[in-house]
Write a new protein. Sequence first.
Length: 701
Amino acid sequence: MNIVKTKFSGFCDGVTRAVRTAEGLAGEGVYILGELVHNERVTERLRSLGAVTVNSPEEVPDGAKAIIRSHGAGRSVYEEFAARGIETIDCTCPFVKRIHELAAKYSALGFTVVIAGKKGHPEIEGIEGWCEGECVVVADETADLSFLEGKNACLLAQTTFNEAVFNKILENVVKICKKTVEIFNTICYTTKERQKEAVTIAEHCDCVLVIGSGKSNNALKLLEMVKPRCENAYLISDVADLEKVNFNNFINVGVVSGASTPPELIQEVFLNMENNTEVKALNEMEEAVAKMDEQSTKFRRGQKITATISSATDEGLALYINNTKKEIVLPKEELVTENYNKDDYKDKIGEEIEVMIVGLNPVKLSQIAIAKLKEEEETIASIRDGQVFNVTVDGSNKGGLTGKLGSYSVFIPSSQIRIGFVKDLEKYVGKTLRCKAEKIESGERRKQIVASQRVILEAEKAERDAARKAKEEAFFSAISVGDIIKGTVVRFAQFGAFVDVNGFDCLAHISDLSWTNIKNCSEVLELNKEYEFKILSIDTESKKVSLGYKQLQPRPWDLVAEKYNVGDVVKGTVVRITKFGAFVEVEKGVDGLVHVSHISHEWLEDPSTAVSVGQEVEVKILGIDTEAEKMNLSIKALQPVPEGLERPSRQKKEKEGDATAEKPARERKPRKQAAESDEMREWNEDTEGGASIAELLGGNN
């Protein structure tokens, strides 16, 4: 008898760490919250060292030491221990810790957390304890997930969960949710390797022993995966369980173990088998499988053979395998037919039929598998010719991402995932990528597609760039400076408004929106509204177009002549003050000057002593020059002259016999035009007449 053992056996790293920590601390005052690992031997040994196993936090006395087992615990447990002064020794597996962090993060973001696992398992209860919102545990792909419709979901997995079942649950979640789905394949890598090895051994051995406790979820999962591939599969929780196995009936016996199985139990099983059976070899899996494949060249999985129909029954067709003495039943479910009826095959007895070997030990046949293979070959042929295909990423390694397409494995190098460097490969696990084949191997032993998503993305980018360039060329060839075009305001910036003109972004600077000073574009334009603009400049090299809006609007001074006349009395606001007067804004964009001499009847050294910026005043229009955009205004013209400041007229002086009235007027030389800044301070006003210094003083000869 050949004994085939796996590479991965005994405690995983997380369990090893937890057991060593617990053994080092075990003694009086040390409590373990639940069984450290699901194995009776480990639990008994820790009990013998003085550690007390409890089922709830309430059983741990205040001030004691509490060990959190490798399965982890909920947030409330840590909070309770801290509040009661209990020292916490956290032996939670690092992989489980990561699940806690993901559950807490996405639950806080409002996601519904979906956990693929066994409800009631300590690891699952611990994960649930880190969720703030909705959380649901799913055991298999048959679960009703309709409640996820319209929700954001985060999919996690128990570290010892069946990966194939996880992928089916994943498909259902994505199909139903139809919103944001964050997927994390949190199955422990050692669990994945153990499951892969168990499946391989089951396919090549007559009998498989799964060493582990009946309480261990990972051991039970191994047994669950082995049984469909090898009908002689047994759970061995103790050496005594070997008595139920008749090793004389088997040639190749495979041995696998769970992650919580003590190494000494595995060794005891091997020794017992060697002592009580005739053992020909004790082989590592790779070596043993290779030898078994050599011995089984007549039948191998995926092999197409020709068989003869010997009879038809209600279960299916009995086939005689040519050149052998074997007769095997082809189940009706594996026939390419819609409705199987044994009577339809009465006349076909003795005819040959092509089938495929889909299972070994015992041999299982299928006709449907050949049809699927033909369909797959057609798909591969189209992929070989450059057709794009989709692949769901199921894992990653140092070189890139992995996935499956039928019977083909798919590898996407990290450099071919997207345009640019990919740092975190793990985030792509569970996502579907569009790929093209770079290389295809279709051998009997190896079926692999080396694929690239990057080539698709680069081609699409090149297509977009070409379309954009053609669109730009068409746009710039159709416009000229001075053109009036229509555009929709799409967004505002501090410096202006961006306008969509036939799908091209143009800029209307804030200074070109209004003839008056504005602080925000929204004072003139509205978002998502269409306006007419004038093209001010075109830079074909930098692909920039400047637009103007105010250029299509009348200037405020263009309407002044229609709205105002000399002598009108209007209200305005003082906007600025200089030493020669104050400027008053009579409307937006139109202001006039109130000369210092027209602010008050009294002499003013500084105009700001009489008016202030922002003050509303009533003024009289003295003059309008629309070409120069100037308006002369007066405040004092609307005010009565204070008593004592009235100027005596020349006629009044003559009547009173003023000696100066008899004197002929003295010819005066014309004054030079004064600069506005200084000489405008004179009180000589043409609109009101003037007086000499002698007249003002009223002097006599």
